[in-house]
Design a protein around this ligand. Structure first.
Ligand SMILES: Cc1cc2nc3c(=O)[nH]c(=O)nc-3n(C[C@H](O)[C@H](O)[C@H](O)COP(=O)(O)O)c2cc1C
Length: 257
């Protein structure tokens, strides 16, 4: 590559990294700000360029602007959170009530029927043991495509100057079903994620990220970076209470010396 075009590519990279590194989660947004409709459109415009398996583009986005709907979505999360507290599940506590006051809110859903268009060994046998792993793999691909689009949406919101919050709606069925009920999302679609965005209320901070050397191997996997089972299971317990504070958990600091 000629030197000038290499410089050109690096300029592009730096501009891109400016957005990538500015994307940080915030869970509390200013309440006095209204997101213009055009910003919702710009964000979804970025999402629609995303890659997806077989270019199925399995996503749909619902821009939620009515405060009463945001409130109901927040209540879906709060109800599940109360249930977890009641049964003594240990998980970092997040204030899901701020979903209700997020200036911007987009719900992302995936049409998992697209998973079924991928070939399986014996289509005539439906969900047979032989077909099932292929169906599972196709469903994972479909959800990966949806996540790629959500990430593009988060980066676009960051580029517009907003703070963002990715809230998963996968997992227990009561959350996606609850949100689908609030927004009239048809049962053919699966609610996957909620994206909140807006100007942050209060200070924000960049969270600790692994070094490139810890996550990149060359040619063969570098086992120096393989965590033990104990390190993996200690992961959440050694995390700061807000799930996910700015510094590495203590045991990782020790590991790095
Ligand atoms: C797939 C996915 C699911 C997430 N789900 C939640 C969630 O349910 N609740 C929450 O508060 N944060 C959620 N987050 C945000 C993460 O906690 C956050 O990205 C992580 O702590 C790293 O912080 P950063 O975004 O500032 O880099 C999710 C992020 C991703 C990518």
């Amino acid at each position: 590559m000629p030197e000038s075009s290499s410089q050109f590519a690096l300029d592009g990279y730096h501009a891109f990294m400016e957005v990538v590194s500015k994307r940080i989660t915030t869970r509390n947004f200013r309440r006095d700000y209204a997101v213009p409709r055009s910003h919702y459109e710009l964000i979804v415009e970025a999402a629609r360029h995303s890659p997806s398996a077989a270019n199925a583009q399995p996503w749909h986005f619902v821009a939620v602007t009515e405060p009463s709907l945001k409130q109901q979505i927040s209540e879906v999360y709060l109800a599940e959170q109360s249930r977890r507290v009641a049964i003594g599940m240990r998980f970092p506590q997040v204030a899901y009530d701020t979903i209700a006051t997020a200036p911007g809110l987009i719900v992302a859903a995936a049409d998992l029927r697209f998973s079924r268009v991928f070939p399986v060994p014996r289509p005539e046998d439906g969900d047979s043991d032989e077909n099932a792993p292929y169906y599972r793999s196709a469903e994972r691909m479909t959800i990966q495509g949806e996540a790629a689009a959500v990430m593009a949406a988060h980066l676009a919101a960051t580029a517009l100057g907003y703070s963002v919050w990715w809230v998963t709606a996968t997992g227990l069925q009561n959350i996606p079903d609850g949100i689908a009920g609030v927004l009239d999302i048809p049962s053919e679609l699966s609610v996957c994620d909620v994206m909140c965005f807006g100007p942050a209320e209060g200070p924000t901070y960049k969270r600790w990220k692994k070094d490139v050397t810890e996550i990149l191997s060359w040619d063969r996997f570098d086992r120096a970076n393989l965590l033990s089972d104990i390190e993996v299971s200690d992961w959440l317990t050694s995390m700061p209470v807000d799930a996910f504070g700015s510094g590495p958990p203590p045991e990782r600091q020790a590991r790095r010396g």
